[in-house]
Design a protein. Structure first.
Length: 123
């Protein structure tokens, strides 16, 4: 499995690292888990429906963070990633805390993963 990060994800991570210093280590743990089981796994993660795109985009709701002691996987951190099963590739899209933001940035998802269809080019 290969892992990539959108530039916006890198900015999210850098911002959150100021408050949650263990995030790089926590992200390494998430990568190990996703390497073994990259798909959705209720109740920890689920596919985001209603996007109108073919790309499988998954939201992880239960993310453990060592910087947030005593909360286990109920830290409030959310990670959004795109899973490309055939390519064995995961692209991290977004990282946020639920207290700072209610839902994922669908515009970011569309901007990066909306399939190009013939005759649908912008002039």
């Amino acid at each position: 499995m290969t892992f990539e990060e959108l530039n916006e994800f890198k900015k999210d991570l850098k911002k959150l690292l100021k408050k949650h210093r263990s995030l790089n280590e926590d992200l390494a743990t998430i990568k190990k888990v996703l390497n073994a089981k990259p798909g959705e796994r209720s109740p920890f993660s689920f596919r985001i429906d209603g996007l109108g795109i073919e790309t499988c985009v998954i939201k992880v709701k239960k993310m453990a963070c060592k910087s947030l002691k005593g909360r286990g996987v109920n830290t409030g951190l959310r990670i959004i990633y795109a899973h490309f099963e055939k390519e064995q590739r995961i692209v991290f899209v977004e990282l946020y805390h639920k207290n700072n933001k209610e839902n994922e940035d669908r515009e970011r998802i569309f901007k990066n993963f909306k399939e190009k269809t013939p005759g649908n080019s912008k002039s």
